[in-house]
Design a protein around this ligand. Structure first.
Ligand code: GLP
Length: 243
């Protein structure tokens, strides 16, 4: 079991600024960096801070690549609640990734298993992920790997739990249901990254953070798989670190 590096800061704003600086420094050190990207509320402020650093001339993503963790199955890329739309709004439209260099699983339709396999292959062809950004769900999920996901799982279609669907319902137009399934990088895919940055803010995430690192690793808490990785950096605020 390897201990993560833990940086605890006053509040979510301080965490977001520190994570954005960490990412910017990684890109400056390696312009051809391959990033693993996450979505969710936690990352809105992080991407805003990263875009601000980019606009100050801090770095360029022109040579970088990126792979997002997950996407809803069956949503068109231009659907307002797709993660593709989120990424365009919060990051891709504001920075200089080369066309096609920043990707998400393409699972709007067709053969989902083939699209997941192609995504794994694309990550491998890119040389693997250098820096994987991760949030955590209240139930300990990472990406969309819900409790019960095997620690050696790869990119695949998964069923979303009722709690994840209701947590994410706010992103959908009124009356529109959250898709029942998503494609997500597996826990094994995530653990292949050379460095993992886990971002946890808010008292509502304190239990998930506690279970991830202070209980025995178990598939009941997907984030506890991070024990198996030798280069994990946790950025959290005091509220999330409360337990
Ligand atoms: C989502 C995403 C995760 C994210 C998590 C927490 O469903 N698939 O990648 O980390 O839930 O999101 P939030 O930051 O909104 O709490």
């Amino acid at each position: 079991m390897t201990e993560p590096t833990i940086t605890t800061l006053e509040d979510a704003a301080a965490v977001s600024s520190a994570v954005a600086q960490h990412v910017a420094q990684a890109i400056q050190a390696k312009p051809k960096l391959t990033l693993g990207l996450a979505t969710g509320n936690t990352f809105r402020a992080i991407y805003a801070d990263l875009v601000a650093l980019y606009e100050k001339g801090g770095f360029s993503l022109a040579q970088a690549k990126a792979f997002n963790l997950d996407e809803y199955v069956g949503l068109a890329a231009d659907h307002p609640a797709s993660f593709a739309t989120y990424m365009k709004q919060h990051l891709f439209n504001h920075v200089d990734f080369a066309p096609g260099a920043a990707r998400l699983p393409e699972v709007a339709g067709g053969d989902i298993a083939a699209a997941c396999a192609a995504y794994e292959q694309a990550i491998a062809t890119a040389g693997g992920i250098d820096l994987q950004l991760l949030g955590i769900g209240r139930n300990g999920h990472i990406g969309f790997n819900e409790p019960g996901s095997p620690f050696d799982s790869r990119t695949r279609e998964v069923a979303l739990t009722a709690s994840t669907q209701s947590a994410n319902a706010v992103d959908f137009p009124p009356g529109e249901a959250v898709p029942p399934t998503a494609a997500t990088m597996g826990i094994g895919s995530i653990l292949d990254a050379r460095e993992i940055v886990l971002v946890v803010t808010g008292a509502h995430k304190a239990e998930a953070l506690h279970r991830a690192f202070h209980a025995d690793p178990s598939i009941d808490c997907p984030a506890s798989a991070l024990h198996r990785h030798h280069n994990v950096h946790v950025f959290c605020d005091k509220a999330a670190a409360g337990l």
